[in-house]
Structures are given as C-alpha cells and as structure tokens.
Design a protein around this ligand. Structure first.
Ligand code: 2P0
Length: 338
C-alpha cells in the first residue's frame, strides 16, 4: 500500500438509545446522547487514494460514478480532512456497501466511519479513536459510533462551536454480562421516502413532543447503562423498544408528519409481541425506515429469525461486530471485495 492510499472497513450500528436531532447543524452536534450496537454484518469497504494529478475529487460506488448527492457529501467531507491535514491534493474514493442504502439500515454510519478511517490515513493524519470518532461525526452523526465495535455511547457533549466539537465523540462500552444478537428483518429494502437528515430537522423544528422525548431519552440512557452493567438483557430490550417508539411518536407529531412504519413493519412488531407472550425474549427497534431490528440473546437468534421470516423479504442474524479499521494489504481491486 502506498503512503497516500488506504482501504478501510466499517460496519453499521443500530442505536438502542436513538440520536434524533441536532443542536448545531454544521458540526453535527446532537441534542441527546445515544447508545448503539455495532453489527457483525453488512460491511462497507472504502478505498481512498490521494492523487496530485487530479483536478477534482473522483467518487465512485463499486466502480460506477456516485449519485450526485452522495458525491457532494463525500467531497465536502474530503475538504474537511484536507483542512485537518493541511493538504490540497484531490483524491479518488471508491466505496462498496453491502447493506440496502437509505433504508434505515445505517448505511451512512458504516459509510462515513469507513471513509473517515481511510481518508485520514491516506492524507497522513494520525488520529486516535476519539479524534476519528469526532471526524466521522462530521460526515454523518451516527458514524461516530461505528468507529467502535460492540456497544458504544456517543456523548452529546457540551456547548456549541469548538467546545461542542471537542466534547461530542463516541466511546466503547464494555458489557461482558450480555451476549446479544440483533436479528434484522428487512421488510422493504428500497430507499426511504424521507431522508433522515431532513426528517430529523423537521421533527426538532415542528414536533410539540420533541423536548419531552429528549428529556426521557436522557433517563433511558441512565437506565440502559445500569441494565448493561447488570447483564439484564430484558431491561435493555424494554428500554430500547420504548426509546424507539418514543422517537417515532415524536416524528409522527412533526408537521407534516414523518412516518416510517409500513404494513410489513407492523406485522413484524406483532410477531415480536407474540414471541414475548410465548416466553421468548425479543425486543424491537426501528430507525429511519420500515425495517425492524430485533434484539435477543444470541442463543435465541435462530428461533427469532424463524418467527419473523414469514413477514420479511429477508432476515439476517447479526451479533456484535468490530469497529472501523484499516485493511492492511491492498490488491488493485480491493474495494470491490469486502
Ligand atoms: C440513530 N438515526 O441513532 C438514529 C435513529 C436514524 C434513527 O442516526 O444527519 O444518518 O448524517 O447526522 O446519522 C440517522 O441519522 O444523520 C440516525 P446525520 P444520520 O441511529
């Protein structure tokens, strides 16, 4: 690998305590602290190669020209990395995603964690994990958490501007007493109707329930951390489910409403309730899309997957996965092979 090229891999994370709303848009400073689980599946692999001969950044997805909106987000992010590195050269970026994009399956979390990792290495920045998490946050808020494997907490931090930027980062939480799985039930893998960034902004600006949700989310965070410390997966699941439903209720209160539930979503939620009524420990969470993720003990994951298979296009069992990392050896077509 030459000094000015790098390939990185990152996995999506699913929030158990959600991030939904910014207090400062330009720096992606969140209103609330969130907590997530990074998944073992759906890696994004991103190659960045700095090239002094390029007149502009070149962005491809699996070798094909990137859609304009994605290209713009990547170019904006590269400009930030260049500022930090005091560099001027442009770069080629190629990214390969293995999760449906824009379907509430955290593709931007994995995407910007991988891009931050690869771009900072390619431009010669030597960032520790905290600084890398802060950088990833600037691409997409939730990407701050995918820098870390397993459970991670992303602190909202304090203040705005530089103070906020310095204090809002993610870090790993150890939870050795739980052995979870997250069963992903894809009921509709198509791109969502409401991009999360706009939906989030509209919710904060117009939902009369927003402040109450933010306050209750802070209490959920404390209870969730105690439940993780105690190894009480049932409490973790109950808090996660309530926190997600609270976020969606807040969105439904936006004007116009933001609604991510689809008929297939409701069918899966009903099946989760039936499982619990039958004695199987399973708790759902949902993000900015109709797909459902079901938290359970790892030993129950096959039973949970089987129970929801009838209501989903595809079911994937995941377990806690690794944080973003550089790939050490690079073949010419490396980005195409996650
Ligand atoms: C989360 N979501 O905590 C929440 C729950 C979706 C629902 O983070 O504007 O793509 O790039 O910071 O990170 C999706 O939002 O938004 C998200 P930006 P992002 O996972």
């Amino acid at each position: 690998m030459s000094d000015d090229s790098a390939v990185a891999i990152a996995h999506p994370n699913i929030a158990l305590i959600k991030y939904w709303g910014k207090r400062e848009e330009s720096l992606h400073l969140p209103v609330t602290t969130s907590l997530s689980l990074t998944l073992s599946e759906f890696p994004t692999t991103t190659a960045v190669s700095v090239d002094p001969g390029l007149p502009a950044d070149r962005v491809t997805v699996g070798g094909e020209p990137a859609p304009a909106a994605f290209q713009e987000r990547v170019v904006t992010f590269l400009a930030l990395v260049r500022d930090l590195a005091d560099a001027r050269e442009h770069a080629c970026v190629d990214t390969v995603n293995t999760v449906p994009t824009g379907a509430g399956l955290a593709s931007s979390a994995a995407g910007f964690a991988a891009l931050a990792t690869a771009a900072s290495a390619a431009y010669g920045l030597d960032l520790d994990r905290r600084a890398l998490s802060r950088l990833a946050r600037r691409g997409s808020g939730s990407a701050a958490r995918s820098v870390f494997g397993g459970f991670a907490v992303w602190w909202c931090g304090e203040g705005d501007g530089e103070a906020g930027d310095r204090s809002s980062f993610a870090e790993q939480i150890r939870a050795p007493l739980v052995d979870p799985a997250m069963v992903v039930a894809i009921v509709d893998g198509r791109e969502k109707a409401h991009p999360s960034r706009d939906a989030m902004r509209r919710t904060v600006a117009t939902s009369p329930f927003y402040d109450a949700w933010a306050r209750s989310s802070a209490r959920d965070l404390d209870s969730m951390r105690s439940a993780l410390d105690a190894g009480d997966l049932a409490a973790v699941g109950e808090i996660a489910e309530a926190n997600a439903l609270g976020m969606h209720a807040t969105m439904l209160g936006a004007r116009p409403a933001v609604r991510y539930f689809a008929p297939g979503t409701i069918r899966v939620l009903d099946l989760v309730h039936e499982m619990r009524a039958g004695g199987l420990g399973a708790w759902f969470t949902m993000d900015a899309g109709p797909n459902v993720k079901i938290l359970c003990d790892r030993r129950d994951s096959a039973a949970v997957a089987q129970a929801v298979a009838c209501a989903a296009e595809r079911v994937v069992v995941t377990t806690p996965g690794p944080g973003a990392r550089l790939r050490e050896t690079v073949a010419p077509d490396a980005a195409a092979r996650p």
